[in-house]
Design a protein around this ligand. Sequence first.
Ligand code: PAF
Length: 270
Amino acid sequence: MGQFASVGKQIGFVPTMGFLHEGHISLVRESVKENEITAASIFVNPTQFAAHEDLSNYPRNEKRDLELLESVGCDVVFIPQPNEIYPPGFQTYVLAEEITKILEGEFRPSHFKGVTTVVTILLNLSRCSNSYFGRKDAQQAAVLTRMVKDLYIPCTVHVCPIVRDSDGLAMSSRNVYLSEDERGEALTLYKSLKLAEELVMKGEKETQRIRAAMTGLYEKLRDYELQYIAFTEAETFTQIDEIEGGIPFYILIACRIGKTRLIDNFLLTV
Ligand code: PAF
């Protein structure tokens, strides 16, 4: 398999797992603005799913994805088969160490190794100068930014804002799994982040107190598992107990609603 876009022009690249929504499309729009050629990939990467996760039911709609990509000016779409990315004899993986041990890495232990490996392969194939990722997966974005820096991969990682439905629910391909009632309950992620933001803006600095107030909002839900509410410095992703003025930080949540695991976050500075 060779490179998949024309050489000699500045390429922007948007890797995706398909079933595209406005969040992905905003990344493509950004790339189209900033590059001569925009390439996207659609690849549901098996190595980032654990055995009990949703690889086999992951939502797919290739025809609609291709129409959407074309409508916003994407020039090249790469849709490899698993055995093209991982041919027989494949045995080389990329692993970021410390940053993948916490939060998502704790609940999905092999996940980031799959992400860093496939993104390295895709960046190498695309020969892109710029790559675009959504901030909804804030830890993924931090891991990939670190990886590109550590390995001197000649590509800039751009991390773009979360796109939300009008009521605040962060767009995700997995929202399609939610029943109507569950979708209502899923809004608690956004509501609890809004509550946290309000407390922070009123001067609360202790993350433990903010977490306790946020947790209270989940107690009336029917079927949920709040996996974490975490506070991290935005750049290093180290966890913080106290909010410091002038330093950007994330408030991050992972919560299962019914059978669907959702994540969301706010990036704040006070
Ligand atoms: O964020 C995603 O959709 C995936 O993790 C990515 C970056 C396309 C790698 O498979």
